[in-house]
Write a protein that binds this ligand. Structure first.
Ligand code: UDP
Length: 426
Protein backbone atom coordinates (compact mmCIF):
# COMPACT_ATOMS: atom_id res chain seq x y z
CA UNK A 1 0.00 0.00 0.00
CA UNK A 2 1.25 3.44 -0.89
CA UNK A 3 2.30 5.33 2.26
CA UNK A 4 1.56 8.91 1.46
CA UNK A 5 1.30 12.18 3.31
CA UNK A 6 -1.74 14.19 2.31
CA UNK A 7 -1.34 17.93 2.70
CA UNK A 8 -4.84 18.78 3.81
CA UNK A 9 -5.19 15.83 6.18
CA UNK A 10 -4.63 16.87 9.78
CA UNK A 11 -4.96 15.19 13.17
CA UNK A 12 -6.23 16.87 16.31
CA UNK A 13 -5.01 14.87 19.29
CA UNK A 14 -6.78 15.10 22.63
CA UNK A 15 -5.92 11.97 24.61
CA UNK A 16 -7.95 12.94 27.68
CA UNK A 17 -10.69 15.13 26.20
CA UNK A 18 -12.97 13.15 23.88
CA UNK A 19 -14.56 15.54 21.35
CA UNK A 20 -17.50 13.17 20.87
CA UNK A 21 -18.25 12.84 24.61
CA UNK A 22 -21.17 14.29 26.57
CA UNK A 23 -19.91 17.62 27.91
CA UNK A 24 -20.29 18.94 31.45
CA UNK A 25 -19.63 15.91 33.59
CA UNK A 26 -16.54 14.34 35.13
CA UNK A 27 -13.57 15.90 33.33
CA UNK A 28 -15.37 16.71 30.06
CA UNK A 29 -15.45 20.48 29.57
CA UNK A 30 -13.88 23.24 27.55
CA UNK A 31 -11.11 21.16 25.97
CA UNK A 32 -13.63 18.67 24.55
CA UNK A 33 -15.76 21.51 23.18
CA UNK A 34 -12.71 23.27 21.70
CA UNK A 35 -11.42 20.18 19.89
CA UNK A 36 -14.88 19.29 18.58
CA UNK A 37 -15.76 22.78 17.37
CA UNK A 38 -12.33 23.53 15.93
CA UNK A 39 -12.49 20.13 14.18
CA UNK A 40 -15.92 20.87 12.67
CA UNK A 41 -14.93 24.39 11.61
CA UNK A 42 -11.62 23.29 10.07
CA UNK A 43 -13.43 20.54 8.15
CA UNK A 44 -15.81 23.17 6.78
CA UNK A 45 -12.78 25.12 5.61
CA UNK A 46 -11.57 22.18 3.54
CA UNK A 47 -9.32 20.14 5.87
CA UNK A 48 -9.68 16.38 6.31
CA UNK A 49 -9.89 16.29 10.09
CA UNK A 50 -9.31 13.24 12.28
CA UNK A 51 -9.68 13.82 16.02
CA UNK A 52 -7.87 11.24 18.16
CA UNK A 53 -8.75 10.44 21.74
CA UNK A 54 -8.49 7.58 24.24
CA UNK A 55 -11.24 4.99 24.34
CA UNK A 56 -12.68 5.14 27.85
CA UNK A 57 -15.75 2.89 27.69
CA UNK A 58 -16.57 -0.35 25.90
CA UNK A 59 -19.90 1.19 24.87
CA UNK A 60 -18.14 3.84 22.80
CA UNK A 61 -17.82 3.45 19.03
CA UNK A 62 -14.21 3.28 17.84
CA UNK A 63 -14.91 5.76 15.06
CA UNK A 64 -17.56 8.49 15.10
CA UNK A 65 -18.13 10.07 11.69
CA UNK A 66 -19.27 13.68 12.28
CA UNK A 67 -19.32 14.72 8.62
CA UNK A 68 -17.74 13.37 5.44
CA UNK A 69 -14.37 14.94 6.30
CA UNK A 70 -14.45 15.03 10.11
CA UNK A 71 -14.37 12.09 12.50
CA UNK A 72 -13.40 11.11 16.03
CA UNK A 73 -11.11 8.07 16.34
CA UNK A 74 -10.77 6.38 19.72
CA UNK A 75 -7.53 4.51 20.32
CA UNK A 76 -7.07 1.94 23.04
CA UNK A 77 -4.42 3.00 25.54
CA UNK A 78 -4.71 1.47 28.99
CA UNK A 79 -7.93 0.13 30.54
CA UNK A 80 -11.11 0.88 28.58
CA UNK A 81 -12.68 2.84 31.43
CA UNK A 82 -12.78 6.42 32.71
CA UNK A 83 -9.44 7.41 34.26
CA UNK A 84 -8.62 10.84 35.68
CA UNK A 85 -6.15 12.75 33.52
CA UNK A 86 -3.53 12.71 36.29
CA UNK A 87 -3.31 8.92 35.84
CA UNK A 88 -2.88 8.66 32.08
CA UNK A 89 0.79 9.41 31.50
CA UNK A 90 1.96 5.78 31.68
CA UNK A 91 -0.44 4.79 28.88
CA UNK A 92 0.84 7.35 26.39
CA UNK A 93 3.45 5.08 24.70
CA UNK A 94 0.57 2.71 23.89
CA UNK A 95 -1.38 5.65 22.43
CA UNK A 96 1.59 6.56 20.22
CA UNK A 97 1.92 2.93 19.02
CA UNK A 98 -1.80 2.78 18.23
CA UNK A 99 -1.64 6.06 16.32
CA UNK A 100 1.26 4.80 14.20
CA UNK A 101 -0.58 1.52 13.59
CA UNK A 102 -3.69 3.42 12.50
CA UNK A 103 -1.69 5.49 10.00
CA UNK A 104 -0.11 2.34 8.59
CA UNK A 105 -3.47 0.60 8.21
CA UNK A 106 -4.90 3.64 6.44
CA UNK A 107 -1.88 3.99 4.16
CA UNK A 108 -1.16 7.65 4.86
CA UNK A 109 0.61 9.79 7.40
CA UNK A 110 -0.46 13.14 8.77
CA UNK A 111 1.79 16.08 8.00
CA UNK A 112 0.39 18.21 10.84
CA UNK A 113 -0.93 17.41 14.30
CA UNK A 114 -2.57 19.89 16.65
CA UNK A 115 -2.18 18.51 20.17
CA UNK A 116 -4.29 19.51 23.19
CA UNK A 117 -3.28 19.52 26.88
CA UNK A 118 0.17 18.46 28.07
CA UNK A 119 -0.48 14.71 27.77
CA UNK A 120 -1.11 15.01 24.04
CA UNK A 121 1.89 17.32 23.61
CA UNK A 122 4.06 14.39 24.73
CA UNK A 123 2.34 12.16 22.16
CA UNK A 124 3.01 14.71 19.41
CA UNK A 125 6.67 15.08 20.36
CA UNK A 126 7.08 11.27 20.27
CA UNK A 127 5.38 11.07 16.86
CA UNK A 128 7.83 13.65 15.53
CA UNK A 129 10.60 11.10 16.18
CA UNK A 130 8.93 8.70 13.72
CA UNK A 131 7.95 10.90 10.78
CA UNK A 132 8.26 14.41 9.38
CA UNK A 133 5.55 16.26 11.24
CA UNK A 134 4.48 19.76 12.15
CA UNK A 135 3.16 20.08 15.67
CA UNK A 136 0.91 22.87 16.88
CA UNK A 137 -0.10 22.75 20.53
CA UNK A 138 -2.77 24.28 22.81
CA UNK A 139 -2.24 23.81 26.55
CA UNK A 140 -5.82 24.44 27.82
CA UNK A 141 -4.31 24.61 31.31
CA UNK A 142 -0.77 25.30 32.43
CA UNK A 143 0.60 23.29 35.35
CA UNK A 144 2.86 26.20 36.22
CA UNK A 145 -0.20 28.38 36.90
CA UNK A 146 -2.62 25.74 38.13
CA UNK A 147 -0.29 24.37 40.81
CA UNK A 148 0.00 27.84 42.33
CA UNK A 149 -3.77 27.86 42.94
CA UNK A 150 -4.25 24.42 44.54
CA UNK A 151 -3.05 22.87 47.80
CA UNK A 152 -2.81 19.20 46.83
CA UNK A 153 -0.33 19.04 43.94
CA UNK A 154 -0.53 15.59 42.27
CA UNK A 155 2.43 13.21 41.92
CA UNK A 156 2.49 13.74 38.16
CA UNK A 157 3.26 17.48 38.59
CA UNK A 158 7.02 17.18 38.07
CA UNK A 159 6.50 15.23 34.86
CA UNK A 160 3.88 17.67 33.64
CA UNK A 161 6.00 20.77 34.22
CA UNK A 162 8.95 19.18 32.37
CA UNK A 163 6.78 18.14 29.40
CA UNK A 164 5.15 21.59 29.20
CA UNK A 165 8.57 23.22 29.07
CA UNK A 166 9.88 20.79 26.42
CA UNK A 167 6.73 21.39 24.41
CA UNK A 168 6.99 25.18 24.42
CA UNK A 169 10.66 25.04 23.45
CA UNK A 170 10.39 22.39 20.73
CA UNK A 171 7.06 22.22 18.92
CA UNK A 172 6.49 24.31 15.81
CA UNK A 173 4.00 26.66 17.43
CA UNK A 174 2.10 26.89 20.70
CA UNK A 175 -1.31 28.54 20.45
CA UNK A 176 -2.16 30.65 23.50
CA UNK A 177 -5.89 31.27 23.83
CA UNK A 178 -5.55 34.59 25.67
CA UNK A 179 -2.82 37.24 26.07
CA UNK A 180 -2.75 36.31 29.77
CA UNK A 181 -1.95 32.67 28.96
CA UNK A 182 0.74 33.80 26.52
CA UNK A 183 2.32 35.94 29.23
CA UNK A 184 2.17 33.10 31.76
CA UNK A 185 3.99 30.83 29.31
CA UNK A 186 6.80 33.32 28.94
CA UNK A 187 7.14 34.16 32.63
CA UNK A 188 6.55 30.73 34.14
CA UNK A 189 7.49 28.15 31.49
CA UNK A 190 10.16 29.33 29.04
CA UNK A 191 11.29 32.30 26.98
CA UNK A 192 12.12 29.96 24.07
CA UNK A 193 9.82 28.71 21.32
CA UNK A 194 7.21 30.22 19.02
CA UNK A 195 3.76 31.21 20.27
CA UNK A 196 0.74 32.76 18.65
CA UNK A 197 -2.43 34.08 20.31
CA UNK A 198 -5.63 32.68 18.80
CA UNK A 199 -8.60 32.75 21.19
CA UNK A 200 -11.27 30.10 21.73
CA UNK A 201 -14.61 30.63 20.05
CA UNK A 202 -18.28 29.94 20.46
CA UNK A 203 -21.31 29.16 18.36
CA UNK A 204 -22.89 32.56 17.80
CA UNK A 205 -25.95 31.02 16.19
CA UNK A 206 -26.64 28.47 18.92
CA UNK A 207 -26.28 31.08 21.67
CA UNK A 208 -28.16 34.36 21.46
CA UNK A 209 -31.27 33.38 19.53
CA UNK A 210 -33.71 33.17 22.46
CA UNK A 211 -35.51 36.00 24.31
CA UNK A 212 -35.22 36.03 28.11
CA UNK A 213 -39.02 35.78 28.54
CA UNK A 214 -39.30 32.80 26.14
CA UNK A 215 -36.42 31.00 27.87
CA UNK A 216 -38.00 31.54 31.29
CA UNK A 217 -41.31 30.21 30.16
CA UNK A 218 -39.65 27.10 28.78
CA UNK A 219 -37.68 26.54 31.99
CA UNK A 220 -40.55 27.42 34.32
CA UNK A 221 -38.71 30.38 35.86
CA UNK A 222 -40.84 33.33 37.01
CA UNK A 223 -40.63 36.49 34.92
CA UNK A 224 -39.68 38.57 37.99
CA UNK A 225 -37.09 36.11 39.37
CA UNK A 226 -33.53 37.37 39.86
CA UNK A 227 -31.71 34.46 38.27
CA UNK A 228 -28.02 33.84 38.92
CA UNK A 229 -26.45 31.09 36.79
CA UNK A 230 -23.35 28.90 37.00
CA UNK A 231 -22.52 26.49 34.16
CA UNK A 232 -19.55 24.15 34.23
CA UNK A 233 -17.86 21.16 35.70
CA UNK A 234 -17.84 20.38 39.42
CA UNK A 235 -14.21 20.95 40.21
CA UNK A 236 -12.83 22.81 43.21
CA UNK A 237 -10.84 25.22 41.06
CA UNK A 238 -14.11 26.43 39.53
CA UNK A 239 -14.83 28.28 42.80
CA UNK A 240 -18.55 27.39 42.99
CA UNK A 241 -18.28 27.75 46.77
CA UNK A 242 -17.52 31.48 46.36
CA UNK A 243 -20.65 31.91 44.25
CA UNK A 244 -22.88 30.15 46.80
CA UNK A 245 -21.47 32.26 49.64
CA UNK A 246 -21.93 35.42 47.56
CA UNK A 247 -25.56 34.57 46.84
CA UNK A 248 -26.13 33.94 50.54
CA UNK A 249 -25.14 37.58 51.10
CA UNK A 250 -27.34 38.98 48.34
CA UNK A 251 -29.68 41.74 49.36
CA UNK A 252 -32.32 40.15 47.12
CA UNK A 253 -32.42 37.04 49.26
CA UNK A 254 -35.08 38.41 51.57
CA UNK A 255 -37.36 39.40 48.70
CA UNK A 256 -38.13 35.79 47.87
CA UNK A 257 -37.47 35.90 44.12
CA UNK A 258 -33.76 35.11 44.03
CA UNK A 259 -32.92 31.97 42.11
CA UNK A 260 -29.51 30.29 41.93
CA UNK A 261 -29.06 27.67 39.19
CA UNK A 262 -25.91 25.54 39.30
CA UNK A 263 -25.77 23.69 35.99
CA UNK A 264 -23.45 20.86 34.97
CA UNK A 265 -22.15 17.71 36.54
CA UNK A 266 -22.57 14.21 37.35
CA UNK A 267 -24.71 11.18 37.54
CA UNK A 268 -24.34 9.35 40.87
CA UNK A 269 -21.07 7.49 41.18
CA UNK A 270 -19.07 9.68 38.83
CA UNK A 271 -15.76 11.26 39.75
CA UNK A 272 -17.08 14.81 40.12
CA UNK A 273 -19.75 13.71 42.62
CA UNK A 274 -17.60 14.60 45.61
CA UNK A 275 -17.44 18.30 44.70
CA UNK A 276 -21.14 18.32 43.82
CA UNK A 277 -22.02 16.90 47.24
CA UNK A 278 -19.71 19.38 48.95
CA UNK A 279 -21.38 22.32 47.16
CA UNK A 280 -24.82 20.96 47.91
CA UNK A 281 -23.78 20.73 51.59
CA UNK A 282 -22.77 24.42 51.60
CA UNK A 283 -26.08 25.38 49.96
CA UNK A 284 -27.97 23.63 52.76
CA UNK A 285 -25.71 24.99 55.49
CA UNK A 286 -26.36 28.54 54.27
CA UNK A 287 -30.11 27.95 54.04
CA UNK A 288 -30.26 28.41 50.28
CA UNK A 289 -31.84 25.07 49.37
CA UNK A 290 -35.24 26.59 48.56
CA UNK A 291 -33.84 29.01 46.00
CA UNK A 292 -31.14 26.77 44.49
CA UNK A 293 -31.50 24.16 41.76
CA UNK A 294 -29.02 21.66 40.35
CA UNK A 295 -30.38 20.72 36.90
CA UNK A 296 -27.37 18.47 36.19
CA UNK A 297 -25.63 18.26 32.85
CA UNK A 298 -27.12 20.69 30.34
CA UNK A 299 -26.97 19.46 26.79
CA UNK A 300 -26.95 21.55 23.63
CA UNK A 301 -30.72 21.48 23.28
CA UNK A 302 -31.34 23.22 26.62
CA UNK A 303 -28.15 25.11 27.51
CA UNK A 304 -28.95 28.18 25.33
CA UNK A 305 -32.22 28.61 27.27
CA UNK A 306 -30.42 28.70 30.62
CA UNK A 307 -27.99 31.37 29.44
CA UNK A 308 -30.83 33.40 27.92
CA UNK A 309 -33.00 33.13 31.04
CA UNK A 310 -30.31 34.32 33.47
CA UNK A 311 -29.87 37.89 34.70
CA UNK A 312 -26.22 37.21 35.35
CA UNK A 313 -23.82 34.33 34.73
CA UNK A 314 -21.06 33.89 37.30
CA UNK A 315 -17.63 32.38 36.58
CA UNK A 316 -15.86 32.31 39.96
CA UNK A 317 -12.82 30.20 38.92
CA UNK A 318 -9.54 30.30 40.81
CA UNK A 319 -7.70 29.84 37.50
CA UNK A 320 -9.03 29.91 33.94
CA UNK A 321 -6.79 29.94 30.85
CA UNK A 322 -9.77 31.00 28.72
CA UNK A 323 -13.27 30.07 30.01
CA UNK A 324 -15.75 29.16 27.27
CA UNK A 325 -18.75 29.63 29.56
CA UNK A 326 -17.99 33.34 29.71
CA UNK A 327 -18.30 33.90 25.97
CA UNK A 328 -21.31 31.58 25.70
CA UNK A 329 -23.14 33.75 28.26
CA UNK A 330 -21.99 36.93 26.51
CA UNK A 331 -23.19 35.56 23.14
CA UNK A 332 -26.55 35.01 24.86
CA UNK A 333 -26.67 38.70 25.91
CA UNK A 334 -26.22 37.81 29.55
CA UNK A 335 -23.66 39.82 31.55
CA UNK A 336 -20.89 37.95 33.33
CA UNK A 337 -19.38 38.38 36.78
CA UNK A 338 -16.04 36.58 36.72
CA UNK A 339 -12.86 36.20 38.71
CA UNK A 340 -10.15 38.62 37.84
CA UNK A 341 -7.81 35.86 36.60
CA UNK A 342 -6.29 34.52 33.39
CA UNK A 343 -8.36 34.58 30.21
CA UNK A 344 -11.38 35.98 32.08
CA UNK A 345 -9.52 39.30 32.15
CA UNK A 346 -9.42 39.10 28.36
CA UNK A 347 -13.00 38.06 27.57
CA UNK A 348 -14.86 40.19 30.14
CA UNK A 349 -14.51 43.95 29.74
CA UNK A 350 -15.28 45.34 33.21
CA UNK A 351 -18.22 47.79 33.33
CA UNK A 352 -18.84 47.11 29.60
CA UNK A 353 -19.76 43.40 29.27
CA UNK A 354 -19.78 42.45 32.95
CA UNK A 355 -17.71 42.80 36.11
CA UNK A 356 -14.56 41.24 37.54
CA UNK A 357 -13.93 40.38 41.19
CA UNK A 358 -10.94 38.88 43.01
CA UNK A 359 -11.13 35.05 43.14
CA UNK A 360 -12.47 33.55 46.40
CA UNK A 361 -13.74 36.99 47.50
CA UNK A 362 -17.42 36.35 48.18
CA UNK A 363 -18.06 39.93 49.33
CA UNK A 364 -16.76 41.37 46.05
CA UNK A 365 -18.78 38.78 44.10
CA UNK A 366 -21.91 39.60 46.12
CA UNK A 367 -21.49 43.32 45.40
CA UNK A 368 -20.95 42.74 41.69
CA UNK A 369 -23.95 40.40 41.39
CA UNK A 370 -26.14 42.86 43.35
CA UNK A 371 -25.17 45.74 41.08
CA UNK A 372 -26.34 43.86 38.00
CA UNK A 373 -29.49 42.46 39.62
CA UNK A 374 -30.49 45.98 40.77
CA UNK A 375 -30.56 47.60 37.35
CA UNK A 376 -32.33 45.82 34.47
CA UNK A 377 -31.47 48.53 31.93
CA UNK A 378 -27.77 48.33 32.74
CA UNK A 379 -27.99 44.51 32.65
CA UNK A 380 -29.37 44.77 29.10
CA UNK A 381 -26.67 47.24 28.05
CA UNK A 382 -23.94 44.95 29.38
CA UNK A 383 -25.60 42.00 27.63
CA UNK A 384 -25.78 43.79 24.27
CA UNK A 385 -22.13 44.85 24.50
CA UNK A 386 -21.14 41.25 25.37
CA UNK A 387 -22.94 39.92 22.32
CA UNK A 388 -21.20 42.47 20.13
CA UNK A 389 -17.78 41.58 21.54
CA UNK A 390 -18.33 37.85 20.87
CA UNK A 391 -19.53 38.45 17.31
CA UNK A 392 -16.42 40.50 16.57
CA UNK A 393 -13.77 38.43 18.32
CA UNK A 394 -14.91 34.92 19.23
CA UNK A 395 -16.73 32.95 16.53
CA UNK A 396 -15.47 29.43 15.74
CA UNK A 397 -15.35 30.48 12.11
CA UNK A 398 -12.80 33.23 12.85
CA UNK A 399 -10.82 30.90 15.14
CA UNK A 400 -10.64 28.23 12.40
CA UNK A 401 -9.69 30.84 9.78
CA UNK A 402 -6.76 31.95 11.93
CA UNK A 403 -5.70 28.36 12.64
CA UNK A 404 -5.92 27.58 8.91
CA UNK A 405 -3.58 30.48 8.18
CA UNK A 406 -1.15 29.28 10.84
CA UNK A 407 -1.19 25.66 9.57
CA UNK A 408 -0.70 26.80 5.97
CA UNK A 409 2.24 29.02 6.90
CA UNK A 410 3.90 26.22 8.85
CA UNK A 411 3.33 23.69 6.04
CA UNK A 412 4.72 26.13 3.46
CA UNK A 413 7.80 26.86 5.60
CA UNK A 414 8.45 23.15 6.03
CA UNK A 415 8.02 22.48 2.28
CA UNK A 416 10.51 25.28 1.50
CA UNK A 417 12.99 23.84 3.97
CA UNK A 418 12.70 20.32 2.47
CA UNK A 419 13.13 21.74 -1.03
CA UNK A 420 16.30 23.61 -0.04
CA UNK A 421 17.71 20.50 1.64
CA UNK A 422 16.99 18.45 -1.50
CA UNK A 423 18.73 21.08 -3.66
CA UNK A 424 21.82 21.06 -1.41
CA UNK A 425 21.94 17.27 -1.48
CA UNK A 426 21.59 17.12 -5.31
N1 UDP B 1 -20.92 22.53 29.48
C1 UDP B 1 -22.03 21.93 28.93
N2 UDP B 1 -22.98 21.41 29.77
C2 UDP B 1 -22.88 21.48 31.10
C3 UDP B 1 -21.73 22.11 31.66
C4 UDP B 1 -20.77 22.63 30.82
O1 UDP B 1 -22.17 21.84 27.70
O2 UDP B 1 -23.75 21.00 31.79
C5 UDP B 1 -19.90 23.10 28.57
C6 UDP B 1 -19.96 24.60 28.55
O3 UDP B 1 -21.02 25.03 27.74
C7 UDP B 1 -18.58 24.94 28.00
C8 UDP B 1 -17.70 23.84 28.58
O4 UDP B 1 -18.59 22.80 29.01
O5 UDP B 1 -18.57 24.90 26.59
C9 UDP B 1 -16.87 24.33 29.75
O6 UDP B 1 -15.80 25.05 29.26
P1 UDP B 1 -14.96 26.10 30.10
O7 UDP B 1 -13.85 26.58 29.22
O8 UDP B 1 -15.84 27.17 30.64
O9 UDP B 1 -14.40 25.28 31.34
P2 UDP B 1 -13.44 24.00 31.43
O10 UDP B 1 -14.33 22.82 31.45
O11 UDP B 1 -12.52 24.01 30.24
O12 UDP B 1 -12.69 24.15 32.70
Amino acid sequence: MLFQSTKNRIALISVDGDPAADIGQEEAGGQNVYVRQVGYALAEQGWQVDMFTRRSSSEQATIVQHSHNCRTIRLQAGPVEFMGRDHLFDYLPEFVAQFLRFQKQQGFSYSLVHTNYWLSSWVGMELKKHQPLIQVHTYHSLGAVKYRTIGDVPVVAVQRLAVEKACLENVDCVVATSPQEQKHMRILVSTKGRTEMIPCGTDIEKFGGVERSVAREKLGIAADAKMVLYVGRFDRRKGIETLVKAVARSRFRGEGNLQLVIGGGSRPGQSDGFERDRISGIVTELGLQDCTTFPGRLDDSILPYYYAAADVCVVPSHYEPFGLVTIEAMASQTPVVASNVGGLQFTVVPEVTGLLAPPKDEIAFANAINRILSDADWRDQLGAAGRQRVEIAFSWYSVATRLTQLYKNLLAQSANKSQKQAQIAA
